[in-house]
Design a protein around this ligand. Structure first.
Ligand SMILES: Cc1cc2nc3c(=O)[nH]c(=O)nc-3n(C[C@H](O)[C@H](O)[C@H](O)COP(=O)(O)OP(=O)(O)OC[C@H]3O[C@@H](n4cnc5c(N)ncnc54)[C@H](O)[C@@H]3O)c2cc1C
Length: 282
């Protein structure tokens, strides 16, 4: 377990908010923005949901105090969505209130497809009351074109990703080529009609396709941003920043790192090779 904790450090900035903010300050110096994620999901009781909201409320204050360029990303099952939507709504509301007071923004991450509808319902509702909230859509899901249209119409900011959860074939495209095609089409739709879309991917094919479309349509590079995960493709972050594109790095912190870490290992064999190489290094 200790080895894994050490190895997880490639993907996780530290165990507490202070360490995570140090990492953000370093990114900011290189012209990179950040979104901070306090690791956690599938909360077991309301006390844990309340504690997660407390952490995010304090985190937003710490971001403000440190003067770093960062917003926050959170998961609704960490806020009690699995205990009922009213629980998640209550705790999310507290965080959105704080973010609004501090003129910051909250991104609600997207979890497995069992949570998609409930997440969108809560985000749309919260957006009406607070404004400063956006969410994530997953290109792998067959339903996503409809959700892009809905969120664009409501003026809700979308981060587009491929999707990190295992899904059945009736819900998600099973083949990578289909997911990539869907990603490109959805990115075009978001660039054309969405408020400040975030294109979250490490895949150069998707990045180049989005840039090509934006250029052809005369969409300026400050109307959207790219996002990547902490620990993955740092050189590419720098290249895109130098080329004049906004780049935000998703920076997770906390002790509940195992599910996040497992998703990173599952999606890419090179991430596993990195772990294996380090395990055999003295
Ligand atoms: C900022 C951010 C937020 C996210 N939020 C969510 C969320 O809320 N919900 C969710 O389900 N998922 C989320 N994800 C995860 C996402 O859904 C994917 O699981 C993950 O990003 C892997 O897909 P990919 O688009 O990077 O491409 P992949 O299909 O993993 O990779 C495609 C290609 O990209 C290139 N590539 C990828 N990694 C590397 C690397 N390390 N070095 C060199 N080349 C590389 C290679 O050419 C590779 O073949 C998020 C991802 C990011 C970046």
């Amino acid at each position: 377990m200790r080895a894994l904790t050490f190895l997880a450090r490639r993907f996780v900035a530290g165990e507490d908010a202070a360490k995570a903010i140090e990492a953000v300050a370093k990114l900011n110096k290189k012209g990179l923005r950040a979104t901070l994620d306090f690791l956690g999901e599938d909360t077991e009781n309301e006390a844990q949901a309340a504690a997660a909201a407390d952490e995010y409320t304090a985190l937003l204050a710490a971001i403000h105090g440190a003067g770093v360029e960062a917003n926050v990303s959170l998961k609704l099952t960490q806020f009690g969505l699995n205990l009922g939507p009213a629980v998640a709504k209550r705790h999310l509301g507290r965080v959105l209130e704080q973010a609004k007071r501090l003129k910051n923004f909250v991104r609600v991450d997207m979890e497995g497809s069992a949570w998609t509808q409930a997440t969108l319902d809560l985000v749309l509702d919260a957006h009406k009351s607070y404004g400063n909230v956006g969410t994530v859509l997953q290109a792998m899901l067959r339903r996503t074109a409809g959700d892009v249209a809905l969120l664009n119409k409501a003026g809700v900011r979308v981060r587009l990703c491929k999707g990190a959860y295992k899904e059945p074939a009736d819900v998600a495209f099973p083949r990578k080529t289909e997911v990539n095609e869907a990603y490109d089409a959805l990115a075009r739709e978001l660039l054309d009609s969405g408020p400040y879309p975030a294109l979250a991917t490490h895949d150069d094919g998707r990045i180049e396709a989005a840039i090509k479309h934006a250029k052809a349509k005369g969409i300026r590079s400050d109307r959207y941003e790219f996002q990547m995960l902490y620990g993955l493709r740092a050189r590419r972050w720098a290249e895109l920043t130098a080329a004049g594109y906004g780049m935000r790095v998703y920076v997770p912190y906390g002790t509940h790192w195992f599910p996040y870490f497992s998703r990173r290992l599952r999606e890419r064999k090179e991430n596993v090779l990195f772990i294996v190489r380090n395990m055999f290094r003295g």
